[in-house]
Write a protein that binds this ligand. Structure first.
Ligand code: ASP
Length: 583
């Protein structure tokens, strides 16, 4: 037996017991007559003590141990002289009577401690060593807990966990597919699923009624800090449901997770139509932990001879409470912020509503105090507040002001990590116009059902049709989204037509689904949660990477196994790809 206990469980109650521990050498301290070793495993750290006077040989052996050596130590639990109240095992130590080196180790390339000296890339390369550090182990433990509790809840609700294939044909979710060449079918490719969307719908046709899967999805997108080419979803589908049933079930899931895992009772989930979210916050995933809602100043500010304003579609502002004392420098910084290429505003107009009731603005030449007062009133500003105003094309300006609002929220500490403000955004548009391809795209995916009351407009005014689609948003983070699906073959056909597919193209790509719909498809709908993101939110971090055991870097590379990589000529040949690559 390698061990009787782990390194996190011995305490004062175990005094006098003979024990065996195994683990990694965290570090050693040599105090002349005494040598101490911190022995570490997943569960904690226990101090091993060696006495030069009573056990010289053992002590010398201990002194030769390097960091990260794998050892086994046997001995007796004794009271520690200098206790460490921060460590659960900090009141005891092991007086070692036998020491076995199970494996030597090279000096690790960075320190294996909570605060490490290793940079991101180095730790990615040696991810298996990074996993020995407490913070990462905590993240993985949290992820485990969340997946176990998710399964428990969904099982209690009668969901079946069903696996769907990874080698499929492409399902359009709006991203590029990763493809896999088929050796046995020359010139043909599988695609890795962007999500199990069509399969879960087919499972509903099969009658499984409630399905879920904690499943890997693959999307070949340009990567951002919080995106990974492969990521995990909690993917769910239900039959004989309306939107309300889905919202209730999954509000229930998230409530349950917060309660079980964080001990938090979530407040009521607000509901907000997409159009309202855009008008009030300029975002389809608004952070409603704080107000600072948009104020439309278009009517008040146009027609007063200020060219910049008169030429635009909208003029909208936010009220930053208590910020009238911002200096020139502060305002320049905010202007630079909105002018960054990622945000792209042309400029920022400010109005200081000074504490003494006077106004100072960047447009004083064009607007007098009375006019500025009218703006302030509309924005519910008080003396001491600061209006920040952007103007331009409606959609773009809303997006820009959303960024500025979030930035101000950060600056004013209004985005408290310990507060959770959940929200369902509902009634998304079914379609969005794409300038580039000059056609409509499905905002969610082509299987999303229009709202029944909007069916009739699908052919004539597709842009106005609302979808039975919903997103769950917490603190400005989209945790999940889904929809009620089309289950009628004819409606699905119309939808493909609106999306610019010919009947034939639709048949080639989605024939299997439309055919299935001819055999009694029940009304159905579902949702998928970004599981990595859920973990990051529960852990209080922004980046999902820290919650994925073996993530890829921003260039989509796995630095540890060095992938992607070339493959041999023989492999290419077998896959019938040799000519493609070698001319
Ligand atoms: N398949 C969708 C997605 O991955 C989720 C859903 O509609 O259930 O976003």
């Amino acid at each position: 037996m390698y061990r009787t206990h782990n390194c996190g469980e011995l305490n004062i109650k175990n005094i006098g017991e003979q024990v065996a521990l195994a683990g990694w050498v965290q570090k050693g301290r040599d105090l002349g007559g005494l040598t101490f070793i911190d022995l570490r495993d997943r569960y904690g750290i226990t101090q091993l003590a060696f006495n030069m006077e009573t056990a010289a040989e053992l002590c010398q052996k201990a002194r030769k141990l390097g960091r990260e050596f794998v050892i086994q130590a046997k001995g007796v639990v004794i009271v520690r002289e200098s206790k460490n109240p921060k460590n659960p095992t900090g009141e005891i130590e092991i007086e070692v009577t036998e020491l076995n080196v199970l494996n030597a180790a090279k000096t690790p390339p960075f320190t294996i401690e909570s605060d490490t000296d290793g940079g991101d890339e180095l730790r990615m390369k040696y991810r298996y060593l990074d996993h020995r550090r407490q913070p990462l182990q905590n993240n993985i433990a949290l992820r485990h807990k969340l997946s176990v509790e998710t399964r428990k809840y969904l099982d209690q609700q009668g969901f079946f966990e069903i696996e769907t294939p990874f080698l499929i044909k492409s399902t359009p979710e709006g991203a590029r597919d990763f493809v896999v060449p088929s050796r046995m079918n020359e010139g043909q490719f599988y695609a890795l699923p962007q999500s199990p969307q069509t399969f879960k719908q087919l499972l509903m046709v099969s009658g499984y009624d409630k399905y879920f899967q904690i499943v890997r999805c693959f999307r070949d997108e340009d990567l951002r800090a919080d995106r990974q080419p492969e990521f995990t979803q909690i993917d769910c589908e239900m039959s004989f449901v309306e939107q309300e049933d889905v919202l209730q079930t999954f509000e229930g899931l998230v409530r349950y997770l917060f309660k079980k895992v964080k001990g938090i009772e979530l407040p009521e989930f607000k509901r907000m139509p997409y159009s309202e979210a855009m008008e009030r916050y300029g975002s389809d995933k608004p952070d409603i932990r704080f107000g600072m809602e948009f104020c439309d100043l278009t009517e008040l500010a146009q027609g007063r001879g200020f060219q910049v304003f008169d030429a635009v579609e909208v003029i909208i502002g936010i009220n930053a409470e208590g910020c009238a004392e911002y200096s020139r420098k502060d305002l320049d910084k905010l202007t630079d912020f909105v002018k960054r290429p990622q945000i792209g505003a042309k400029g920022l107009v400010y109005v200081k509503y000074n504490a003494d009731g006077t106004f100072k603005s960047s447009v004083d030449k064009f607007f007098d105090a009375e006019q500025l007062q009218a703006w302030a009133n509309k924005a519910n500003a008080k003396p001491g507040d600061l209006l920040l105003i952007l103007a331009g094309d409606k959609t773009k300006t809303q997006k820009q002001l959303n960024e500025l609002r979030l930035e101000m929220g950060n600056r004013l500490n209004l985005r408290d990590r310990n507060i959770y403000a959940p929200l369902w955004v509902v009634d998304f548009p079914l379609l969005e116009w794409d300038e580039e391809s000059n056609r409509y795209h499905a905002m969610h995916h082509p299987f999303t059902s229009p709202k029944p009351e909007d069916f009739s407009r699908l052919s004539e005014k597709p842009g106005e049709v609302r979808a039975n689609a919903y997103d769950m948003v917490i603190n400005g983070v989209e945790l999940g989204g889904g929809s009620i699906r089309i289950h009628d073959k004819e409606l699905q056909k119309t939808m493909f037509k609106v999306l610019g597919f010919t009947d034939e193209e639709a048949q080639v790509q989605f024939g299997f689904l439309m055919n299935a719909f001819e055999y009694g498809a029940p009304p159905h709908g579902g949702i998928a949660f970004g599981f990595d993101r859920l973990c990051a939110m529960f852990g209080g971090h922004d980046s999902i990477r820290d919650y994925i055991a073996f993530p890829k870097n921003n260039a989509g590379r796995d630095l540890m196994i060095d992938s992607p990589s070339k493959i041999s000529d023989e492999q290419l040949d077998e896959l019938n790809l040799k000519s493609t690559f070698n001319g």
